[in-house]
Design a protein around this ligand. Structure first.
Ligand SMILES: NC(=O)c1ccc[n+]([C@@H]2O[C@H](COP(=O)([O-])OP(=O)(O)OC[C@H]3O[C@@H](n4cnc5c(N)ncnc54)[C@H](O)[C@@H]3O)[C@@H](O)[C@H]2O)c1
Length: 336
């Protein structure tokens, strides 16, 4: 039985806590958040012990694994602290880091301290994408299109750190990782264009939307669109689709998959993504945390690791570089 420390008790950290609390291999969940109010809500809601200081938590508790759900720009400090404290298994939200230097340092530290890191690229657990991956396993992929968009209240109202992230860091990294996963290949070059208007008008200095063209080493080309400005009238907090053309298949997947609910606002419940049952949780949004614990118990390698996190960070940084310069950015083997 394991004791796990969840770092960050915000929107997503709460999903970590709720998932681990239902895991039969978890004896104890402990939470840490710098924000005392958030910490208290988590402590009271789930009846768990909390700390505002991660060092104190690591000193006082006997922790087997750490699960990090701090804000996008603040994954590095808790990752480094956990690795250097000797924690051997760490789960971290995407993106691994929002700078290539930090991501490289994490990969280096993890190697030095023999620490295993799983990055929450949950698209790798989506049954639709795994089905598509299987269908095209003997094909030559020609081209692909992925979009992933959030409604505008996500950057406007959900976070205090929006300007320190972007649709590229928050959403794009899922898509870049998924393309690497689907194609079993690496990005060769990136060209991107973007818009800054609606969020900038609200004095949030980040992109509304970015469109990137990725050329892959397997010869396929991909268009990735990510935005933070879907109208709030959209009946889900996000939308996404993937269209793929190969020499043998034409495949499409949309994130909407079933129930429609007409209440005050129409909604499309996404039970395939997250489903909190009485005794068990399910869905590909929570499967990564369940598999993280199973892999620790069974001493197995993780489905995606710190190097995958580093690659997605390199691609996102290249997308930003292209957005700023208007130039094609090469990611050849030398700098991959
Ligand atoms: N896998 C996914 O699909 C998915 C979806 C949404 C969010 N996320 C990721 O989850 C992470 C958290 O997002 P969120 O929506 O929960 O954000 P949030 O702002 O609601 O919560 C972040 C929490 O981290 C705390 N925090 C920040 N630095 C800390 C530190 N050093 N130590 C302890 N606590 C610290 C903050 O006080 C805050 O309570 C982000 O990286 C985000 O990209 C992943």
């Amino acid at each position: 039985m394991l004791t796990i420390g969840v770092i960050g008790a915000g929107i997503y950290g709460t999903y970590h806590i709720r998932t681990y609390m239902k895991d039969p291999n978890i004896e104890k969940v402990i939470v840490c958040d710098l924000n005392e109010e958030r910490l208290k809500v988590a402590e009271d809601s789930y009846g768990i012990t909390g700390y505002t200081n991660m060092g104190e938590m690591l000193e006082k508790e006997s922790i087997d694994a750490i699960s990090i759900a701090t804000s996008d720009p603040y994954h590095f400090a808790p990752l480094k602290e956990a690795i250097e404290a000797g924690i051997k298994n760490i789960f971290v939200e995407k993106p691994l880091a929002t700078t290539v230097d930090e991501a490289e340092e994490i990969v280096r530290l993890a190697k030095k301290h023999d620490t295993k890191i799983m990055v929450d690229f949950h698209k790798r657990w989506d049954p639709a994408y795994n089905n598509m991956k299987d269908l095209v396993k003997n094909d030559q992929i020609i081209r692909g299109y992925i979009s992933l968009d959030d409604v505008i209240s996500v950057p406007l109202n959900w976070f205090s750190w929006t300007a320190k992230s972007s649709p590229v860091w928050f959403l794009g990294v899922h898509c870049y990782d998924l393309i690497r996963y689907m194609t079993n290949s690496e990005v060769q070059s990136v060209y991107a264009v973007g818009n800054k208007k609606m969020l900038a008008d609200k004095e949030i200095d980040t992109y509304d939307s970015a469109q990137a063209i990725l050329q892959m080493t397997d010869g396929s080309n991909w268009v990735v669109e990510s935005s933070w400005i879907l109208p709030d009238s959209f009946p889900k907090s996000n939308d996404g689709q993937l269209v793929m053309l190969t020499d043998n298949h034409y495949l499409k997947n949309e994130s909407y998959r079933g129930v429609k609910s007409y209440g005050e606002k129409a909604s499309l419940p996404n039970y395939i993504f997250m489903n909190f049952g009485e005794d068990e949780v399910s869905g590909f949004g929570l499967d990564p945390m369940k598999e993280f614990i199973r892999n620790i118990i069974e001493n197995k390698d993780f489905r995606c690791d710190a190097v995958d996190g580093l690659m997605a960070t390199k691609i996102a940084a290249a997308v930003h570089q292209s957005l700023e310069t208007g130039e094609v950015v090469l990611l050849n083997e030398g700098n991959l």
